[in-house]
Design a protein around this ligand. Structure first.
Ligand code: BGC
Length: 539
């Protein structure tokens, strides 16, 4: 379980339609899809919106910043500092917002938690849209982060509880797509808004319209049947199930909910320190999980997601820098489709290793091209080659450490400690996200690492990640979540290939060699669950 009550556990029995097919999906379930998609868009827009504003004339005037430096001149130190805070306070807010989210979703329910966090985000959007000083913007970014952090947990929880098993994977995939689409939308908006002196306000608050729409939409959605059951409203839970499932599915689903409740109670008996015990290889699993989600940020992906317009304006006009940024964000969005198509065809280890190698090579090329060896500021061909290699770098991230960086940590924990393990690994990711957002503008300064040095820094991390993957990441492809214990515990040597992994499983433990349902792959493991904390049942 990652987000409260969201458990990907044993493959479930599912009621079938009288003709043996999957039961038809009721229209109301589409609300769950819409909720998760809107939540993802809000999240993505926040990641992709701010970067483009730092070079907008109207924004700089409002913030009392001097015009964008030209001819290789440097931003004043205070501007670099403020850029870092505006960017990173969002990630810090997301950590703060996710911490009490488990409590809220248990106390007031999934539906009203979504409404609550959407209200928080909408207020933040108004603050950001009306900001007349950098401090007001800081406040808006932090509060907006709280809204997004809580919303991501609450809406993931809601959609996974209201959607039938058969389309849950689709919804998770939709979330991933909507995050990257949100990033792309923000980049697109920035291109359109750049010449309007007040346009930057929409780069920050445009998604406030989405959160407002979410408040209205949620008013018409039913509460999660699982939560209703949990708080003892069994008949109401049954009534909701009749609205969102076919009648012949209801009894089986009620049994399932009761079963899941028992699992959740078992999980709640564990203590956090159990994650670091030597028994059952828990310490190893936890450290690998933390390393993977931390490394995901140390690839430097958010240096690009947050600051590509700033980086590119060093050698392109500010207008062209926004276009180049748009291209990258489009590539990121499109590459997500590749991931969904191939993530289960190849082992996790090979994807991580190829991704780390690909990112190392592309970053090193960018490093060379932006060093003194090339006249990149005056040579358009070199400038656009840099943009091209940045795009290749994004592709390499998007098929590897982007998704797999979330999948493996979710797979290596035993079921009863998965919630706590995922909370810890996800928080580590958000903390690094905050640090990268804050320090990257400093690293980019010519008197610090400069552009080439910053790329070299991240390339060095990618090399470390490659070695780490080869030495420490077990192959978990084609292993049912319930059998993972047999793969990672009790053995001195780790299984480093799909074949070695399968050899560890007793024949009766092995899954048929078919790709598991996408829910098992991506379910509850997406960045959309950012910073989520486990909900103790009955809190
Ligand atoms: C990461 C985010 C990043 C996004 C880019 C996710 O997997 O966790 O930090 O912004 O990918 O697509």
């Amino acid at each position: 379980m990652v987000a409260g009550g969201v458990m990907t556990s044993a493959p479930r029995k599912q009621a079938l339609a009288p003709d043996g097919t999957h039961p038809p999906i009721k229209a109301l379930v589409c609300a769950a899809a819409a909720v998760s998609a809107i939540g993802g868009l809000i999240f993505g827009y926040d990641i992709g919106g701010s970067g483009g504003t730092f070079t907008m004339k109207g924004f700089r005037e409002q913030m009392d910043w001097p015009p964008v430096p030209t001819d290789g001149a440097e931003e004043p130190g205070f501007v670099t500092d403020e850029i870092g805070w505006i960017t990173s306070l969002f990630a810090l807010g997301a950590v703060a917002g996710s911490i009490p989210s488990g409590w809220f979703t248990d106390k007031i329910g999934r539906k009203y938690s979504i409404i609550l966090y959407s209200v928080v985000f909408t207020i933040a959007a108004v603050i950001m849209g009306c900001a007349n000083s950098v401090h007001m913007l800081y406040a808006g970014r932090f509060i907006g982060g709280i809204g997004v952090g809580g919303l991501s947990m609450a809406s993931t929880c809601y959609q996974s509880e209201i959607a039938p098993e058969s389309i849950r994977g689709l919804l998770v995939a939709l979330q991933q797509l909507s995050i990257t689409f949100g990033i792309f939308l923000a980049a697109l908006a920035n291109v359109g808004l750049k010449t309007w002196s007040e346009g930057w306000r929409f780069s920050y608050c445009g998604n406030g319209f989405l959160s407002f729409a979410l408040i209205i939409l949620m008013m018409f959605c039913p509460e999660s049947p699982r939560w209703l059951y949990k708080v003892g409203k069994v008949e109401q839970a049954r009534a909701v199930l009749h609205k969102v499932r076919q009648d012949y599915e209801v009894d089986m689903e009620m049994d399932l909910i009761a079963e899941q409740e028992k699992e959740a109670q078992l999980a709640a008996q564990h203590h956090w320190s159990d994650l670091f015990k030597a028994a059952n290889n828990m310490r190893y699993r936890t450290l690998v999980g933390i390393a993977i989600t931390s490394f995901q940020q140390l690839t430097g992906i958010n240096a690009i997601m947050y600051f590509a317009p700033v980086i590119f304006s060093d050698f392109l006009s500010t207008d062209m820098a926004l276009i180049a940024n748009l291209i990258l964000m489009f590539v990121n969005f499109i590459s997500t489709f590749i991931t969904i198509a191939c993530v289960d065809k190849y082992g996790r280890r090979s994807l991580l290793a190829y991704g780390a190698a690909g990112m190392t090579v592309t970053l090193l090329v960018v490093c060379l091209l932006s060093s003194d060896l090339a006249d990149y500021k005056n040579d358009a061909a070199v400038s656009w080659t840099i943009v091209g290699f940045c795009a290749l770098y994004v592709v390499n991230f998007a098929f590897s450490w982007g998704p797999v960086g979330w999948i493996v940590p979710a797979e290596i924990f035993p079921l009863d400690l998965r919630g706590k393990g995922m909370s810890l690994t996800t928080s580590a990711n958000w903390l690094w996200n905050f640090i990268i957002g804050k320090v990257t503008p400093e690293l980019l300064r010519q008197d610090r690492l400069d552009l080439w040095g910053t790329f070299l820094f991240f390339a060095a991390w990618c090399i470390i990640m490659f070695v780490f993957t080869m030495l420490y990441v077990p192959e978990t492809r084609l292993v049912a979540l319930e059998e993972i214990d047999n793969v990672v515990s009790g053995f001195r040597r780790l299984p480093l290939s799909t074949r070695a992994t399968k050899a560890r499983l007793a024949p009766e433990d092995q899954l048929p060699s078919r790709p598991r349902d996408i829910t098992d792959k991506l379910g509850d493991t997406s960045p959309y669950n950012a910073g989520s904390v486990e909900m103790a049942p009955g809190v």
